[in-house]
Every structure is written in C-alpha cells, then in structure tokens.
Write a protein that binds this ligand. Structure first.
Ligand SMILES: [Zn+2]
Length: 563
C-alpha cells in the first residue's frame, strides 16, 4: 500500500485543458447557502437537461460506495434519490436498458429486445441483427454494422423536444454507439461515441469542428501509455487476487489500469474513458452555448467504463473500487464546469442495467453456489443434436442471450415436433429457471404493479416484442453466469431476470431542489415523463409505460397535468 496520498488525476480536467474549456470557478463550487433560490412549482423551467447513464451502475454499487463519494455522485446523492429504480424488464442488456431511459417505454414497445436479435428472413447467413444497425445499408453485417436508430420504434425526449421547438438542441455523447443512439434518438443535432480514432458517428456523417477537436484530444490520450493509479486506503480491502476458472495464471481483482499506448480496449475499460466522454460533452455544450438560449436543451452522456470494468474484472475488486471513486471525481469536475456557467441545469442519472460479480469471487464471498453456464446450453449445439435426432433440416436453432429462434424452413408439424423435443430438454436442465414461449408471452399483459413485485412472466413480457423476440425465451437460475469460460475482458456479466441485474439508482439534482429519498420501487421508464413535466412538454401518456415522479418534496408537485 502506498503511504503518501497521491492526488488522483481527473481526466475530464486534463482533456478540458487541451480543449480550452472554461474552468470551474472556485467561488462557484456547490454552495447550498441562503443565496440559493429554492426550487418550487413556480420556478421557471430549467435551461438544460443533463441525462447521464452509467453503464452497469447497479443499485448495489451505488449502495456500496455511497458513503465514500465526495464529488459528483455525492452531490447527486444529496438530491432526489430513488435507490430502487428498476430496469423492470427481463432482458437486462445494454441496448434494451438504454432504450427505456428517455422513451418512457419498456423494450416491448421500444422494440429493442436485446443487444442483438434475429430476423430469420434476413439475407445474411447468421440472421443476426445488431440493435443499433440499419441492415438495409449496402455492405453492413452483424459484425461490421452501419450504426442507426432505425430499430428504435418510439420517440425519445430529444425527438419530442425538437418536434415542439426545432431550436432546442440535443447532443448525445457516449462510450458506446448503442448508448448514444438509444438515448439520443432519431433527431439529435450531434451524436457520437468513442472509437480507436477518438470519437466517431454515423457512417457518412462528419463530426462538427469542436467534436473533431475533442476527438483529436481523445486520440492523443489513447495513444499515450498510462502508468496506472495508486490504490487509496478506501480500496485496500478489495485488493485480492482471484484466480479464474480454467485459465491458468489468469487473475482479476488487483488491477490498477496501467496500459500501453494505443491500447483502445484497455483505454475504454478505464476511468480515463469516462473522463474523455465528459470532456467532449462539456466542450460541445460550450461551443453550442447549450442552456444559454431561449429553449431548454438536452445534453446526453453515456459513461461506459463501469460496464467494461465489470465485464473484465467483476464488481468487487480493486478495479471497480478505483472506478467508482474516479467516476465520482470526474462527475464532480464536470458539474463544477457547468456551475461556472451559471446555467440553471437539472441532472438525471441512472443505469441501463445492474450487474453482479464473477462466480469465482462470489464463491469466496458467501455465494458458494455461484456457477458458470454449462457449455451444453449453446443454442447451436442443442439445435444440431435435436435436428440429428428428429431428422430435421439444419441449422435448426438460432439464439443469443435468452431468445431462441426456430428455423423458418420447418413445416408447422416439424416445428411442433422440434419444440416438443427441445422445451422439456431445456426445462429439465438444472441451470434453467424457466422456458417461456412467445405464444405464452403474447397473451400476458404488461404489468401495472410495482416492479419489485413482478413475476418472471411480467419481466419477460416487458422485453417481448412479437416481431423481434425469439420463439421461446430462456431464464437462467439466479447466480448462473452465462459465460461458460472466462476470457480476457469478459469474466462477469448481466442480462438476467434477477434483481441484481434489474435494480439501478435513479438520481435527480438541480440547484435549489430540496433533496429527499423514496426507497419504494420506481422504474427507468418513469424518467421521460418526469423530465417532460419539468419543461412543460406534453406527452401522449397512453403510449408511455412510465409515470411522472414528483420531484418536489412537500405538498407541491412537479408533475403538471397530462403527465
Ligand atoms: Zn450496459
């Protein structure tokens, strides 16, 4: 352990310096003294909405680190806090999760049923479509896809703001394309995400001059090697090497984010990546004067490092501890920059899904039955075995995540025979909780009950879309990690129907807004109506799954009529 405390670097600040951004003024540091005007129902609308999604930031991580936060996350934790926000649906993956945040709709209605889904009528051999892809673009494939918002079936907050007032500015910056796109929607003025070259956007579109500058600064940061962070005392208890199953010499738990120059994969799985996205967001806001005009503007920020770190090293090691403290610092710097502008802004922060730790460490930490997925549950293997036994044409079965699709080459009779063979086989497997068919889900209503009381069917229904979901959907038992063998950068994951993957914090902050805590279950689909109410944006509430959350403590209500 390092004896002398070393002041950790703030990446947002380092990059902001290169971009000639106005810095935070010390005198404008968060100050809740008597000069701050209390927000009431009569307070004018905020000038800027800042929506932040932290990928894989589970309610469990927020609870574990909450008392350690001193920067941006401490500020948000002093605001209006919903510690039990729910990504209520069953398919707790990144693309579906991000699609709920600014649309007010479950994936059943956003159409984003997974990170990938299958279209068995597609010309491509693998039949796999990426969630944020336009498969009609010549040359696109599931591996090298043309990014697009085409699959998102509903408007986002930004789309609705621009419909009302074309001068409203909407900018979306993220570590991942699917995050930037699913939150940014169809009409964003600028939309970009991290790439080995810095920042990139849709094929054929060019970055604005300020985005190009940010991209060049980020490219230079990627190119430079990093020596790694010093472990603070707060993280010492996490610093235990965990050997990985079946990987000789493979360990996680003691990483410090040291990396070679030009290693983009290591860069994006480090706190530096979130700093880069925040610096780019601050630069775009400044250049476009967002929050300074007549309309309310929307700045969308997707911070993806927590997810890459969770996948690569799990949630309870020194790596995640370093990331949580760094995220808090980076957000603190970003907010201080916004404070310095004097703009009245409101922040909402949530996550696209939760997450949990790798089985190897879970087994050491009081979860002896944590397991990795049986490799026999591979859809290709099952399809092959069943096709051979029944004499059916191959390939018989396509799948990824929980959704499984039967070949369209089957006659109705063959289809029935195949299902009669496959379903009991899967249901008898000790790692499988349930197998549900599309026919069952099609007649199951979307639950109106609080998300913490949802049945398995309720969860799966909320991410079931008849045009895109599989013919049947598999839910694994709790504590089964669907990674049969740990690989580099991929030892732990999310995606299950269980609350460790569904529960996320939902935090709202605005200067002068009195904080309170509401521990009852709310949903990420409630964020759109909540923010829309703050800016008097009318919604077609019958086409929204969420409800407006009243952010004003006491008898006043921030949910105006129609929300
Ligand atoms: Zn994610």
């Amino acid at each position: 352990m390092e004896k002398t405390p070393v002041k950790p670097k703030i990446w947002t600040a380092a990059l902001a310096g290169l971009l000639c951004l106005s810095g935070p003024a010390a005198s404008l540091a968060q100050d809740s003294g008597p000069l701050v005007q209390k927000v009431t129902a009569a307070t004018p609308q905020p000038k800027l909405i800042v929506m932040i999604a932290v990928d894989q930031f589970s309610a469990d991580l927020f609870a574990e680190y909450r008392s350690h936060f001193t920067g941006g996350l401490a500020r948000l934790a002093s605001g209006v806090v919903f510690p039990s926000g729910y990504q209520a649906h069953g398919a707790t993956e990144t693309c579906p999760g991000h699609s709920t945040i600014l649309t007010g709709n479950h994936p059943a209605h956003t159409g984003i049923v997974g990170n990938n889904f299958f279209d068995l009528s597609a010309a491509r051999e693998d039949k796999r479509l990426y969630c944020a892809e336009d498969e009609t673009v010549p040359g696109t494939s599931s591996k090298d896809y043309a990014p697009s918002a085409k699959h998102l079936l509903v408007p986002t907050l930004g789309d609705l703001m621009k419909d009302r007032d074309p001068k409203a500015q909407v900018v979306s910056v993220s570590g991942k394309d699917r995050s930037a796109i699913m939150m940014g929607g169809h009409k964003a003025d600028e939309l970009m995400w991290l790439a080995p070259t810095g920042l990139t956007s849709y094929r054929g579109s060019s970055l604005s001059p300020v985005a190009q500058q940010a991209s060049a600064a980020i490219a230079a940061a990627i190119a430079a090697p990093e020596p790694g962070l010093t472990l603070p005392a707060d993280c010492a208890a996490h610093d235990i090497a965990i050997p990985l199953d079946g990987r000789k010499g493979g360990i996680v738990g003691t990483g410090r984010f040291a990396r070679d120059g030009a290693d983009f994969r290591a860069f994006r799985a480090s706190p530096q990546a979130d700093g880069a996205v925040l610096a780019a967001a601050a630069a775009l806001r400044q250049a476009r004067k967002m929050g300074e005009g007549g309309s309310t503007d929307l700045l969308i920020v997707g911070l993806s490092a927590t997810d890459y770190i969770g996948h690569g090293t799990g949630t309870e090691g020194a790596e995640m501890c370093l990331q949580m403290l760094a995220l808090d610092r980076e957000l603190g710097d970003f907010f201080a920059r916004l404070d310095a502008t004097g703009i009245d802004y409101v922040v909402a922060l949530t996550a696209d899904h939760g997450g949990h730790d790798l089985p190897e460490r879970n087994r050491q930490n009081g979860w002896p039955d944590a397991q990795r997925l049986d490799p026999a549950l591979d859809p290709e293997k099952i399809g092959k075995a069943v096709a051979e036994k029944l004499g059916l044409p191959e390939p018989l079965l396509y799948g990824d995540g929980g959704d499984y699709y039967l070949s369209r080459a089957l006659t109705p009779a063959q289809r029935k025979t195949a299902l009669d063979e496959i379903l009991p086989r899967l249901r008898a497997h000790p790692q499988i909780e349930a197998v549900v068919t599309a026919d069952q889900l099609a007649v199951h209503p979307i639950s109106k009950r609080p998300a913490d009381t949802w049945t398995l069917m309720d969860k799966l229904r909320a991410s079931y879309n008849p045009a895109r979901s599989g013919d049947f959907i598999i839910a694994l038992k709790p504590r089964v990690t669907p990674i049969p063998e740990p690989g580099i950068g991929y030892v732990a994951t999310h995606g299950s129907v269980w609350d460790y993957d569904r529960r996320v914090p939902m935090l709202f902050w605005r200067k002068g807004l009195a904080g309170f805590e509401q521990p009852n279950a709310v949903m990420t689909v409630d964020i759109l109506p909540t923010l829309a109410a703050l800016i008097g944006l009318p919604l077609d509430t019958k086409n929204i799954d969420g409800r407006c959350l009243d952010l004003l403590s006491g008898p006043e209500d921030s949910c105006r009529s129609g929300h």
